[in-house]
Unconditional design. Structure first.
Length: 162
């Protein structure tokens, strides 16, 4: 069976990579679906996020990174995906993701699996990483090397690095 790990991944963190790797152990094929969240202040374009993820996941068998738009369930059906896998950090994540899971099942019959984040990454979010980086902080311990280098460069380009 094929699963999808959807998200904005802006930037991808070690928490994201942990969920993707664990999903790869559970499913034959995994699509990492890079979407655009218009409510977020993006650091990277979707294409840049795909490049970062491709580098970070290099050598992980059965994993493919793709951009996606529109409804997640439509993308899943178009690509023969039978399960959605999402990571949970907090109880508030569960409240939101449960509603999404139920709606996605109702719309498509596709089930959602909610995996708890590894404790060591539970406090890390892409939003916090972006904020810290854009204020000149070092985020390298929270993101893969490919993301850390690009974050430093992007912050410097914006004139916000210290």
């Amino acid at each position: 069976m094929k699963a999808i790990c959807p998200g904005s991944f802006d930037p991808c963190t070690h928490g994201h990579l942990d969920i993707i790797r664990r999903t790869a152990h559970l499913f034959d094929e995994v699509v990492v679906g890079v979407g655009t969240n218009t409510a977020k202040n993006s650091l990277f374009s979707p294409e840049e996020r795909v490049e970062i993820l491709d580098e970070a996941l290099e050598g992980l068998p059965g994993v493919q990174v793709m951009t996606m738009s529109g409804l997640l369930v439509d993308f899943a059906r178009e690509h023969g995906i039978g399960a959605i896998v999402k990571g949970l950090r907090f109880a508030s994540d569960f409240d939101y993701e449960l509603q999404m899971a139920q709606m996605n099942t109702r719309l498509s019959g596709i089930e959602t699996i909610l995996l708890p984040t590894a404790a060591q990454w539970s406090f890390v979010s892409s939003t916090l990483v972006r904020e810290i980086a854009l204020m000149g902080g070092d985020v390298s311990e929270f993101v893969p090397p490919a993301a850390a280098a690009r974050i430093r460069a992007r912050a410097a380009d914006r004139g916000e690095s210290r």
